[in-house]
Design a protein around this ligand. Structure first.
Ligand code: FMN
Length: 312
């Protein structure tokens, strides 16, 4: 079984990838999406989204623990997506992941993310342009939802992605309209898997060993991707792989302190305060202690103030 650490914009940055992959159990990370509009993004912007690229020449684009990191692109214009994919590979990414699942209104209004699921031909054009722009050995993967409003195009979309030459497909088992509302329809992943020859990775609502087992059984997938669950229980991948039991709160506290390393973004920056609060929102679903901590930092606005509370 492979476990992929999900891309999560606004929460799962390179420091979090480092922390979680050092704990172990993850076989691949995908970055937060990089928005491609009508030009090739600068090296600087790619390095900001994926600082692991700067290690690429020495030991591959990996986290410090050695877990491969793949850059995710979100965009709608095939040629421009192809040009950006070529750049990402040149910079050293293990491959390119394409986001066809983002539900954000602003992104969808500009014809990016989940709205593309209404048009299998457009998916085909984007994946095909990327496939043609990168070397044969580069992995091209796509991440989809089951559809936009309904699931009627789920199989056609997956087949279009396969026909365009993708190597791998992750399916978040909900439509765009279903948002993050439970349940995730894992049985739909099985239908898709049956209709394509690609490796399919199952995603959505895996928060425990039981969820992982049921999801793998129902979806018929060997491999899974986990997002929110990894933020709620930092060693979830190891728990699923039966190499450890749930992490106790004091160990989580040390992780929270390690994450203060991103304080280097500056006292005035909202980066650290926003992200640590986002993480605590997930942790408090698993740990009562995180609930109290979240209440304490909720209204604090600067990194030093929040760090002082964490260090107490
Ligand atoms: C805050 C947040 C940010 C996300 N950002 C991305 C993203 O940048 N790219 C992407 O493909 N999916 C993104 N997703 C979707 C997740 O990768 C994943 O598909 C979804 O959360 C379901 O998996 P889970 O139940 O394991 O969390 C995001 C989800 C959340 C909650």
């Amino acid at each position: 079984m492979r476990i992929v650490l999900a891309p999560m914009e606004g929460v799962l940055d390179h420091l979090m990838r480092d922390l979680l992959t050092q704990i172990g159990g993850y076989d691949l990370c995908v970055t937060e999406f990089v928005r491609v509009v009508d030009q090739v993004i600068s090296d600087r912007a790619y390095l900001r989204a994926c600082p692991e690229l700067s290690n690429a020449n020495a030991y591959g684009c990996t986290t410090k623990a050695g877990t491969p990191v793949r850059v995710q692109l979100l965009g709608q214009h095939p040629t421009c997506m192809g040009d950006n994919a070529a750049k990402v590979i040149e910079l050293g990414s293990h491959g390119v992941d394409i986001n066809f699942g983002c539900p954000a209104k602003t992104v969808n209004k500009n014809r990016g993310g989940a709205v593309l699921l209404k048009d299998p031909e457009n998916l085909y054009q984007i994946v095909s342009a990327i496939r043609k722009s990168v070397p044969k050995e580069a992995i091209v993967s796509a991440k989809i939802r089951l559809g936009y409003e309904d699931k009627s195009l789920a199989i056609e979309n997956a087949q279009a992605i396969e026909a365009a030459g993708a190597n791998e497909l992750t399916v978040h088992a909900r439509t765009k309209v279903e948002g993050y509302r439970p349940p995730a329809h894992w049985q739909w992943i099985a239908k898709i898997k049956q209709a394509v020859n690609l490796p399919v990775i199952a995603n959505g609502d895996i928060f425990s060993v039981e969820d992982a087992n049921t999801c793998r059984q129902v979806s018929t997938c060997n491999d899974i991707m986990i997002g929110r669950g990894a933020l709620m229980l930092p060693n979830l991948a190891n728990v699923i792989k039966a190499t450890s039991s749930a992490m106790p709160w004091p160990a989580v506290q040390s992780l929270l302190l390690s994450y203060t390393a991103c304080e280097t973004y500056g006292d005035k920056s909202k980066y650290y305060p926003n992200r640590i609060k986002q993480w605590l929102k997930y942790l408090k679903l698993e740990y009562v202690e995180a609930q109290a901590l979240f209440q304490e930092v909720r209204t604090l606005k600067t990194a030093p103030d929040i760090i002082a509370v964490l260090k107490r």
